[in-house]
Design a protein around this ligand. Structure first.
Ligand SMILES: *Cc1c(COP(=O)(O)O)cnc(C)c1O
Ligand SMILES: [Zn+2]
Length: 404
């Protein structure tokens, strides 16, 4: 039986086709490329039951992934993250079927490990020796670590004010790390130049086609974990948009194979009011976004002023009757504290924004109380210690404590 059913790469804008066994980045028209599979053969050869006995990580879906030789799989056991019922929070919000898919539980502490695992594995298969990428922190951390495991060199450029721990993750993995006094878009320009000057493999968001395939596995897992019955709404904190595009792609592939039926979940892109290009475009009913000037938010993973795949994110929203919501940092941090205090989960600010959006959409009756709602928490709260203040009293030895 075939390990992968990958067939070719395709441009979603101009429909040009590219071979699967060569290095490709963007289409000649400038659009990101999408990986296509022989879903007909796959649907014939595999049935949902075949998955039950498989390993508890994202490689359980290897037929839907682009890596063709198991020898090239670079894995730290990523994936199959828990789908956690959030009953108390749901009750407070007025949503009776609220779940969190917790992506904090993957290596490197964010869902970026999924894209890195599949992207690095495929890079290895294509014979790549050195990758380069701009990052807001988490992607650089994950790609540095997986590159180290694969024996591939990594050059990373991130903004100076990205979460400090992500810097250290790059350093400990031996990456060639540079900081830049600017945003991820500025880091992107530096990387593009380095790619040209030194012939590096450009692993920037959507400039290589395989990261999205790794992120797609969130959608495959969710479908399997819900026993192939889809939730009504999925909320996703959206920066570059690869997570949302990936989940949408997974659902379309499963639908084409007949594994899921009916309406797809309404997809919600959640951004920060300090950086909301997709929300603005959605409100204006546009099919692409404009560069967001002076963007700023504590939710660093979603501080992306202009996403190269914006048109794909907006398409996923329109096609599923979804929407886009912006949350301010104060509301986001309040939600983060509430969730830790009533559910015991210390989530990342991006994930907290998505929960705050669920609350807002319930209040506006855009989500009904009986609907099944899944929020993606994209990373670990402990990667962002600055979101919480801590000034506990310091006791002298023998001094009794006080109680509030
Ligand atoms: C990167 C990131 C996001 C945004 O993901 P995209 O796929 O770029 O939209 C959200 N949350 C966290 C924690 C991230 O690191
Ligand atoms: Zn094209």
């Amino acid at each position: 039986m075939r390990y992968s059913y990958v067939s070719h790469l395709e441009c979603p804008k101009c429909d040009l086709i590219y071979r699967k066994d060569e290095v490709h980045h963007l289409c000649e028209c400038g659009s990101p490329l999408l990986v296509r599979y022989d879903l007909e053969a796959l649907g014939r050869d595999i049935k949902p039951d075949a998955l039950v006995e498989r390993e508890q990580n994202l490689w359980r879906y290897h037929e839907w992934l682009p890596v063709e030789d198991t020898a090239n799989v670079v894995s730290l056991g990523e994936g199959m993250t828990p789908l956690v019922p959030m009953a108390k929070l749901g009750k407070e919000i007025g949503l009776f079927h609220l779940y969190m898919k917790d992506e904090g539980m993957v290596p490197s502490g964010s869902f970026k490990a999924r894209g890195a695992a599949v992207g690095i594995s495929k890079a290895k298969e294509l014979g790549v020796e050195e990758i380069a990428m701009p990052t807001n922190g988490n992607a650089g951390a994950a790609w540095s670590l997986y590159a180290a495991r694969a024996g591939i060199k990594a050059t990373i450029v991130m903004p100076v004010d990205a979460p400090e721990i992500t810097r250290r993750e790059c350093v400990v993995a031996g990456a060639n790390l540079h900081l830049i006094d600017g945003l991820i878009s500025d880091a992107g320009k530096t990387v593009a130049q380095a790619v040209k000057d030194f012939g590096l493999y450009d692993a920037s968001t959507l400039k290589e086609p395989y990261r999205i395939e790794g992120k797609k596995t969130m959608g495959l897992e969710l479908a399997e974990q819900m026993n192939w019955a889809m939730p009504n709404v999925i909320l996703y904190p959206t920066g570059g948009g690869v997570g949302l595009i990936g989940i949408y792609k997974a659902l379309l592939e499963l639908k084409e194979m007949g594994w899921i039926e009916g309406n797809l979940p309404r997809l919600v892109a959640v951004q920060s009011t300090g950086c909301a290009p997709i929300v603005q475009a959605w409100q204006d009913k546009k099919s692409s976004s404009d560069y967001w000037e002076n963007s700023e938010t504590q939710a660093f993973g979603i501080n992306v002023p202009k996403a190269i795949g914006d048109f794909l994110v907006l398409d996923a929203i329109y096609q599923t009757n979804g929407c886009a919501v912006a949350i301010d940092d104060q509301t986001m941090l309040k939600e983060l504290h509430t969730i830790a205090q009533i559910e015991g989960a210390f989530i990342c600010p991006e994930g907290a924004a998505a929960f705050a959006a669920a609350r807002e959409l319930k209040n506006k009756a855009w989500i009904g109380e009986e609907e099944t709602v899944v929020v993606l928490n994209t990373g670990q709260g402990i990667k962002y210690p600055d979101t919480v203040e801590s000034h506990p009293p310091v006791l002298k030895k023998g001094e009794p404590l006080t109680r509030p």
